[in-house]
Design a binder for this molecule. Structure first.
Ligand SMILES: [Zn+2]
Length: 330
């Protein structure tokens, strides 16, 4: 009997609840009618208008949000381009050295100043894949020094070589990938001993590129045309063997041109035409924008990564203090 009582009790409660629910529903319906009548009469409350706006926003097709600007600098496609030139990433004195700590700091500085990496080939073609507000930086490494790329037996860059440092940085800054231009000596690819066959494909696999720096790193000015042709032509041939598509750019050893400058525009060698997309010097200052009337692809300035006057630190300071106007992507 007690069970039946409980059942009846439960049913009564359910009925009451249902009744309450119905009352609530009819109250809500009445309120809605009142609201929509108010709407018809044109006397919408502030909240109504806000609701309508929210509904309209939901119905409208969404426009993709514009990508955020990297900096708030004004677009400037005539501005100068920074092309730092590194040799050894190692502690030491003189122009050939930049310590691993300093290189790590450089990457952070570049990033914070709104620079994003582009290849020499992209700069020369005036096709720089940059986000709005970013400035290009063409990071170049000369002479294929071992400290630029050391691989462990497992094929991983060591943490203190240039590529190891940069890869580590790119992990937390994915919009600053390891895209650099390596002006290499093809018989000394990141070694003073036996060439490690894994290195060139590794570099290219990162989206970096190889470019011409001659075979033996001579003073080209002292050489015959035939010898200059061999220095440049044989190096291009080796780059092609390493899978690098031709033509590449050329960095002149010591920034010194051959006596016959016309050779830099191209020449015939072993029945093939050897040409360059551009010719880079050594040191001096920021380079012209590829949009500048004064841009000369056979004389492109670079900035030595050294602390002295007209070195990298000097020009970064000039930029920070507003005395240099960089290229800024619209
Ligand atoms: Zn060199």
């Amino acid at each position: 009997m007690r069970q039946d009582d409980a059942r009846q009790d439960g049913a009564r409660h359910a009925q009451e609840e249902m009744f309450n629910d119905r009352r609530l529903a009819s109250f809500l319906a009445a309120s809605l009618i009142a609201l929509s009548l108010a709407g018809c009469s044109g006397s919408k409350t502030h909240d109504d208008r806000a609701n309508d706006a929210a509904k309209a926003a939901l119905l409208k097709p969404k426009k993709p949000a514009p990508p955020p600007r990297v900096t708030n600098r004004k677009a400037n496609i005539q501005g100068v381009v920074f092309i730092p030139e590194y040799h050894r990433i190692k502690a030491g004195k003189g122009e050939m050295f930049r310590s691993p700590e300093q290189f790590r700091a450089d990457l952070q500085t570049f990033y914070d100043m709104g620079f994003r990496p582009v290849l020499a080939s992209e700069y020369l073609a005036n096709k720089m894949p940059l986000a709005p507000g970013a400035s290009p930086i063409v990071i170049t490494f000369d002479d294929s020094m071992p400290s630029q790329l050391e691989l462990t037996p497992d094929g991983v860059p060591t943490p203190d070589c240039a590529i190891g440092i940069w890869q580590d940085f790119a992990k937390t800054h994915p919009d600053f990938p390891v895209h650099a231009t390596f002006f290499v000596l093809p018989d000394h690819l990141w070694t003073t001993n036996v060439v490690d066959e894994r290195k060139a494909p590794y570099v290219r696999g990162l989206g970096s590129e190889l470019a011409n720096h001659t075979m033996k790193h001579p003073f080209l000015r002292k050489m015959s045309d035939a010898r200059v042709k061999w220095e440049l032509g044989a190096a291009s041939e080796k780059l092609a063997e390493l899978g690098q598509s031709l033509p590449t750019s050329l960095a002149l050893p010591y920034g010194v041109s051959p006596k016959n400058r016309a050779l830099l525009k191209g020449f015939d060698w072993k029945g093939k035409q050897v040409t360059f997309t551009g010719v880079f010097l050594s040191g001096a200052g920021p380079a012209k924008s590829p949009n500048s009337k004064k841009f000369n692809s056979l004389k492109i300035a670079r900035i030595l990564a050294v602390p002295k006057r007209f070195g990298l630190d000097f020009w970064l300071k000039e930029l920070k203090e507003g005395r240099v106007r960089p290229y800024v992507q619209p």
